[in-house]
Design a protein around this ligand. Structure first.
Ligand code: ATP
Ligand code: PAF
Ligand code: BAL
Length: 292
């Protein structure tokens, strides 16, 4: 496994690898897994899928400062490069790109990529500027690495919708591959930020996945008939947990992320919808979702 910190070195290595792994005049396909490190099984599932679908797997590990708000956890975001590299190697990653902040931003960026509309609700509303930071860094990674495919987790479902929109609007020649949410055995969606949770809040946080999975029973039994009723029921369930502080509980169309009328009948709804949750437990903000 090759580990590189510099953009120029990465480009050189990829030129060599693409050449070596091309077959029958077909250029080798690069699969990119962009992450902020402190890897867990969620990230591993992305790397495995990338391995299945690409000739060369590139993992990027970069805690991107421009997607964090001024009062967010940039400084304390968990980091463990040694452990991350060992996991990547075990999974057969070919190249790890581990740039410094000054390598990615030698000067404050004067250019940002901004996706409209799908960024206005959910995390886009709670974290102003967050998605501009994400789309800008992802564009830089795409330009640097030029992958044929890029793998993103559905835990960050809005991020998937935003990046798909960006790629479509800007004709970026990359296939975005959404990957399912990986959960702990008890249902908690895996996240690097789970390490912040106290034992009490780790237990309390189960209310997220439990409410998302209770939805089937509530809907099938006829207990919940409309979007508004379902949303209220989920709010009630989460608010019943003393340490839970709701940021949002929303039911929107997916991937357009437009409002659904609160009297929309669940049984009549033909398209895809997302139930998206963001809840703080102490200082830790967790997200989770389900596509219906
Ligand atoms: N539980 C998970 N299942 C599937 N994919 C995941 C999971 N957690 C993270 N990912 C995906 O891994 C990629 C990198 O995410 P990131 O490094 O921010 O990890 P994270 O665990 O989501 O961290 P955070 O705590 O910052 O939300 C993203 O595409 C993200 O959606
Ligand atoms: C896509 C990403 C690596 C961009 O910094 C980040 O938002 C993440 O880890 O999901
Ligand atoms: N996985 C999303 C990255 C962030 O929370 O900034």
């Amino acid at each position: 496994m090759i580990v590189v910190e510099k953009i120029a070195a990465l480009r050189q290595q990829l030129t060599v690898l693409r050449d070596e792994r091309s077959h029958e005049n077909q250029p080798a396909a690069v699969g990119l897994v962009p992450t902020m490190g402190y890897l867990h099984e969620g990230h591993a599932s992305l790397m495995r899928k990338a391995k299945e679908q690409s000739d060369i797997v590139v993992l990027s590990i970069f805690v991107n400062p421009i997607q964090f708000g001024p009062n967010e956890d940039l400084d304390k975001y968990p980091r463990d490069a040694e452990r991350d590299l060992a996991l990547a190697e075990k999974l057969g990653v070919d190249v790890v790109f581990l740039p410094s902040v000054s390598e990615m931003y030698p000067q404050p960026t004067k250019t940002k990529v901004k996706v409209e509309e799908v960024t206005t609700r959910l995390c886009g509303a709670s974290r102003p500027g967050h998605f501009d930071g994400v789309t800008t860094v992802v564009t830089k990674l795409f330009n640097i690495i030029q992958p044929q495919k890029a793998f993103f987790g559905m835990k960050d479902a809005q991020q998937v919708a935003v990046i798909q929109q960006m790629v479509l609007d800007l004709n970026m020649p990359v296939d975005i591959v959404p990957c399912p949410i990986v959960r702990e055995e008890d249902g908690l969606a895996m996240s690097s930020r789970n390490v912040y949770l106290s034992a009490e809040n780790r237990q309390a946080a189960l209310v997220l996945s439990q409410s998302l999975f209770a939805v089937d029973e509530w809907v099938q039994s006829g207990e919940m008939k409309t979007v508004g009723q379902l949303r209220d029921r989920i709010v009630e369930q989460i608010a019943g947990v003393p340490t839970a502080e709701i940021d949002y509980v929303d039911i929107l169309t997916f991937p357009g992320l437009t409002e659904m009328a609160s009297d929309e009948q669940l049984r009549n709804w033909k398209g895809k919808a997302i139930i998206a949750l963001a809840v703080k437990f102490g200082a830790t903000r967790l997200i989770d979702n389900r596509i219906l």
